[in-house]
Structures are given as structure tokens and as C-alpha cells.
Design a protein around this ligand. Structure first.
Ligand SMILES: Cc1cc2nc3c(=O)[nH]c(=O)nc-3n(C[C@H](O)[C@H](O)[C@H](O)COP(=O)(O)OP(=O)(O)OC[C@H]3O[C@@H](n4cnc5c(N)ncnc54)[C@H](O)[C@@H]3O)c2cc1C
Length: 389
């Protein structure tokens, strides 16, 4: 079913290629992994080999040098085909920090290997148990000692750490009390986890309501070469912020894909299921929530496209990235809710995949940024309302 003209018009060939790849990984594949909370290694390998995860890496470093719109089309299609891009989406955008702020040597060292799949950069260590959304209050500290940094502290919700070679780590390098601005004194490092895991780096999986391979990680005098500092010491918070808009657009695209999957399933079932001698979709009480969620998805889709367009044009687009993320997460949730309701009891049966997709899409109202914080950003920075925190 064609749910939007953009399904064919916007990067149509890319979408078609991703659809074909996803057809090899049907609902049953995701269901089995979900049951055992296992990582979709075969799917991620197939995506990597097909080059879909390296589209944002410039050609000179082994990628295909495409824009954010192409990356959004890939992730949206994975979700719309019933898969879960959460297993690998970070590989697409974390490397942007190396690309924008790394030295030429670092770019040559890491990007071609990330593009080929030889190195996996999937882990992003920002959130800590006590800091929460208030990132600048993080406590993990990297102390310079000669040619190395010695890192102590803890991160939480470090997704895919067990399935990654490298981690992008945000740590404090100057104590907060010695600085006038709390956003200063944070630095970004590339951690080669293969060298330290099981010794000064401990990874503990966290079982969550959906299959997301998330973990908590502990640093105990973890030594990393000073050469692995990205950009300037103390400027790391700005580097991380500069990557967040791309991340929000891509997550929003995933939510649009989820909304499409839910809508397609709702429509098929509402046409086919007969109760009281007619298709349940003939009842407006069934049809309207599906139609409403569809309209919300289409509006969110436009905002995602607008945000991606502005990003590619190098325009300021913090508001659009945030709005795209919020509208798309709301749209996928509404579409998911309508899908469960349309399926009645079968909405809860694992074999229909509806409950799995609903659990998966619920995450995006909280991560990578919660809806309240988006509203707070819009209120303060777009509408000029008083600062709340
Ligand atoms: C499955 C999963 C995967 C994740 N993956 C990663 C990852 O790979 N790397 C990483 O660094 N992080 C990751 N995260 C962390 C994620 O980004 C955070 O959970 C999210 O930013 C919210 O932070 P928090 O959980 O600390 O909530 P808190 O900051 O404790 O907030 C709790 C609630 O209070 C609300 N709140 C807080 N302050 C305010 C305020 N001033 N005004 C209004 N409401 C407020 C929030 O909106 C939220 O609803 C992941 C999280 C999950 C659940």
C-alpha cells in the first residue's frame, strides 16, 4: 500500500534496495530475537555490507557521501518494513562527531574502517545515573597523565556497547567548580573498547521492555591515549550538541516508518476482520483513529523532510529537528495505539508483531531526548518564554 507519495519519490531507489534487504528479515526473525533479547547481528552485517550504514561518510573516507535525507529514508524504511533500526542507527550519526571535530589523522584512522564494517562505532556514552538530562552535571572524569587520560566513573543506557568496538565518550576534564560556565570543561574521546573491556571497563547489560541491547558501563582507572581526544579539550559539550540535530531527525524518520507500519497493518486487518457480519473498518469508531493517526504521520513526515532539508543546506534547524522528533514520536505512538485497538485481542498476541513494535516505538518519547525537554526548548528558544531550568 502506498501511504505517502514520498515512499517512491524521495530516494525511491534507496528505499527499494532497503525494502529488498528487509524482506530477508521478516517478523519471525525480529520476534525470536525479541524473546531472547538478542542482537540482530545478521541484519546489521547485511546492512553494513550493502553500504546502507555508511551513507553519511564522505566518499574520500570510504562512504557514499549522501545527505541526511538519504539516511532518514533508510531508517524510515527499516521501521516501515517491521524491523528495528535501534540496533544500529547510532553507527550512522555518531561518526559525525569524528567527521566534524576529529583531526585528519583520526578521520583517516577510523572512518574508512567504520565504512567497511571492520570497526563498529555504535556506542555513545553520555547519560549517567545521577546526571539524567542535565548532561553538564555528569561526573565521569578523565584526568590527564602524560600521554594518556585516566578515566573513572559510570555511564548508563550506553546502548550497543557489547556490539561495538569503539565508544564515543563524553567526560569531564576540568572540575565544574573551577569553571565559570558549566558547559565548559567537558571533552569527547574515542575509546577503543577492545583494549580495555573486562579489565578497566566493565559492561553490564540492562534488560528493558524492548530488545535494545542497552547497558551500563563502569570505568575503573581506564587508560586511553591522549591522541584519542577529539578536537580541543574542554569543548566536548558543544561537539556533542552539534551532532544531536542529525540524531533527532533520524530518530524522527524511524518513528514515521513505525507509524507507516502500524497504519498498513491496521488497514489490512480492518478490511479483513469480519464481526457482526461486516468488516470492522466499516465502523467509524475503528476507522477514525486509523485515519487520524495517518494524518498525524503525514504532518510529521513533512517536518522530518523540512528538518533534513535545512540540515543539508547548513541552516540553523534546532527547532525543526526537535519538532520533527516530537511530532513523529507522537504520530508513531498514536498509530501504534490505533493498531492495537483495531486488532482487539490479537493486538496483544506476539505473532502479530504489533505489541513488539508498540514497545519499541514507545522509547522515542523518552530517548534520546524526552518530550518535556523538547517543549521546554521550544518555549524558551523559539517563543521567548522565561527559562525554566
Ligand atoms: C533504551 C534506552 C537507550 C538509550 N541509549 C542511550 C545511549 O546510547 N547513550 C546515552 O548517552 N544515553 C542513552 N539513553 C538515555 C536517554 O537519552 C535518557 O534516558 C533520556 O535523555 C532521559 O534522561 P533520564 O532517563 O535521565 O531522565 P531524567 O532526566 O531523569 O528525567 C525523568 C523525567 O523527568 C522529566 N524532566 C526532567 N527535567 C525536567 C524539566 N526541567 N522539565 C520538565 N520535565 C523534566 C523528563 O522529561 C523525564 O520524563 C537511552 C535510554 C534508554 C531508555
Amino acid at each position: 500500500m502506498i501511504l505517502s507519495p514520498y515512499d517512491s519519490e524521495d530516494h525511491g531507489e534507496i528505499r527499494e534496495g532497503v525494502r529488498k534487504l528487509c524482506a530477508q528479515f521478516p517478523g519471525e526473525y525480529w520476534r525470536k530475537l525479541d524473546e531472547k533479547r538478542q542482537y540482530p547481528t545478521e541484519f546489521v552485517n547485511a546492512l553494513t555490507q550493502a553500504g546502507w550504514l555508511s551513507v553519511l561518510i564522505p566518499e574520500e573516507y570510504g562512504g557514499s557521501g549522501l545527505g541526511l535525507g538519504a539516511a532518514a529514508a533508510i531508517l524510515e524504511t527499516i521501521q516501515a518494513e517491521g524491523g528495528n533500526g535501534g540496533a544500529c542507527h547510532a553507527q550512522m550519526y555518531i561518526m559525525g562527531t569524528i567527521l566534524r571535530h576529529g583531526s585528519e589523522e583520526q578521520k583517516c584512522q577510523y572512518l574508512p574502517k567504520i565504512a567497511s564494517g571492520e570497526l563498529r562505532l555504535q556506542a555513545f556514552g553520555v547519560t549517567e545515573p545521577t546526571s539524567g538530562t542535565d548532561t553538564t552535571s555528569l561526573r565521569t572524569f578523565a584526568r590527564r597523565e602524560g600521554d594518556e587520560y585516566v578515566v573513572n566513573g559510570q555511564k548508563i543506557w550506553t546502548s550497543r556497547a557489547e556490539h561495538s568496538d569503539l565508544m564515543l565518550l563524553l567526560a569531564r576534564t576540568t572540575p565544574r567548580e573551577e569553571l565559570a560556565k558549566k558547559t565548559d570543561g567537558l571533552s569527547v574521546f574515542i575509546v577503543d573498547m577492545r583494549e580495555v573491556v573486562g579489565r578497566s571497563l566493565t559492561i553490564r547489560p540492562i534488560r528493558t521492555m524492548m530488545n535494545h541491547a542497552t547497558t551500563e558501563v563502569f570505568f575503573d582507572n581506564m587508560r586511553i591515549p591522549a591522541a584519542n581526544l577529539l578536537g580541543e579539550e574542554g569543548k566536548g559539550f558543544r561537539y556533542i550538541l552539534s551532532g544531536m540535530n542529525a540524531e533527532r531527525v533520524l530518530i524522527a524518520a524511524e518513528c514515521v516508518g513505525d507509524a507507516k507500519w502500524f497504519t498498513q497493518r491496521s488497514v489490512e486487518y480492518a478490511k479483513e476482520r469480519q464481526v457482526f457480519g461486516r468488516a470492522i473498518g466499516a465502523n467509524q469508531g475503528v476507522a477514525f483513529p486509523i485515519a487520524k493517526a495517518y494524518a498525524q504521520m503525514r504532518a510529521a513526515e513533512l517536518m522530518v523532510r523540512e528538518a533534513a532539508r535545512m540540515y543539508e543546506a547548513g541552516l540553523p534547524m534546532g527547532a525543526e529537528a526537535n519538532m520533527a522528533k516530537m511530532l513523529a514520536a507522537d504520530a508513531s505512538w498514536e498509530a501504534g495505539n490505533a493498531c492495537v485497538q483495531t486488532h482487539g485481542g490479537f493486538g496483544f498476541a506476539e505473532e502479530y508483531d504489533v505489541e513488539r513494535k508498540l514497545r519499541e516505538t514507545r522509547l522515542y518519547q523518552v530517548a534520546p531526548i524526552s518530550t518535556n525537554l523538547i517543549l521546554s526548548f521550544l518555549a524558551e528558544h523559539v517563543l521567548g518564554l522565561p527559562r525554566s531550568y
